[in-house]
Design a protein around this ligand. Structure first.
Ligand SMILES: C[S@@+](CC[C@H](N)C(=O)[O-])C[C@H]1O[C@@H](n2cnc3c(N)ncnc32)[C@H](O)[C@@H]1O
Length: 300
């Protein structure tokens, strides 16, 4: 009877000693387990994000495929080098439609590529008009010229080498196309497509494309159409408000494409009799000249 508590005490003592001696091992295993669990969670989240991105990309490609098929109906018989740099097929459908409806004589484009071939093809089909495409990158200009030649469109479009140089606009310096003015026809621009130059280091809030209207608004025809791609980006979207406030009276349509496309249909200046009323004049000068509030439209 006396031996029993003694034995129990000994067992307890030995267990304590063993547990204590294994403590570093338990601690090590716990830390390792924690690190492994954290790593597993990290990679699972990364994998989930990757899968979500892949799915998004696949859906986007499927959606864009529909617009590529739509474009094939216009009968262009050369495959186009679609890329993340080029206009997306949904916006390209709108561009094509607007060119065919507007029937421009003089189209000016900032940034050449797929869109150059599409616009030139429309002009050939219309049997009128010519496109002048400004390109700052000589290699890319060559590439677009090759495409135009292959599609038999050299007579409908010309790609102008226009290196970027610093220009002062509204008291700030911007990189803008140069050495192109003398190569343009001496007539107003009916359609201006702004898809370049590419973003520089100014970041999201300032778009490299802003100078297009400050520098060229006075060359636009009275019924000109201005198309601006990528207006889902902050810089481009803010630009529209500034343009319509300072440089152009226009009805703005926002197309709900993958990257967002805006169409600015130039409207006549306010008639003189409205401006001659001093009260109305005061209110006009306070308010933006045109409501450029977002009204997203469907692609077609
Ligand atoms: C937004 S892209 C213009 C795209 C053009 N409007 C089109 O639809 O293909 C602006 C500039 O990026 C450059 N660029 C176009 N495609 C490119 C590519 N695949 N790789 C590198 N640069 C490219 C050209 O200098 C072009 O002027």
């Amino acid at each position: 009877m006396v031996l029993l508590p003694g034995a129990a005490g000994a067992v307890l003592f030995l267990t304590g000693v063993v547990s204590l001696s294994l403590l570093p091992l338990w601690l090590g295993l716990s830390v390792l387990g924690g690190v492994a669990a954290a790593l597993l969670a990290f990679f699972m989240v990364r994998w989930k994000d990757h899968q979500a991105r892949m799915l998004g990309r696949t859906l986007q490609e499927a959606r864009q495929g529909k617009w590529v098929a739509e474009l094939q109906r216009i009968g262009l018989d050369i495959p186009l080098p679609w890329s993340d740099f080029s206009i997306a097929p949904d916006a390209a459908c709108i561009l094509v439609r607007e060119v065919l409806v507007q029937q421009p004589e003089f189209v000016l484009e900032c940034g050449s590529g797929v869109s150059t071939v599409l616009i030139a093809h429309c002009l050939k089909r219309l049997g009128r008009g010519r496109l002048y495409s400004l390109e700052h990158e000589p290699k890319w200009a060559q590439q677009t010229r090759r495409l135009l030649r292959a599609a038999g469109l050299e007579r409908n479009a010309v790609v102008i080498d226009a290196p970027l140089v610093a220009r002062q606009v509204e008291g700030r310096s911007w990189d803008w196309y140069s050495k192109f003015e003398r190569q343009l026809p001496d007539r107003p621009i009916d359609l201006l497509f702004v898809d370049g130059p590419p973003p520089q280091k100014e970041g999201r809030r300032r778009s490299s494309r802003y100078p297009a209207l400050p520098l060229m608004a006075d060359r636009l025809s009275s019924k000109a159409l201005v198309l601006l791609d990528d207006v889902r980006r902050e810089g481009e979207s803010r630009m529209i408000a500034a343009w319509t406030r300072k440089y152009i009276n226009a009805d703005v349509t926002w197309f709900r494409t993958e990257r967002g496309l805006a169409a600015l249909h130039r409207t006549p200046e306010e008639p003189d009799e409205v401006l001659s009323n001093p009260l109305e004049q005061a209110s006009l000068s306070r308010a933006p000249r045109h409501d450029s509030a977002r009204r997203w439209s469907t692609p077609l």
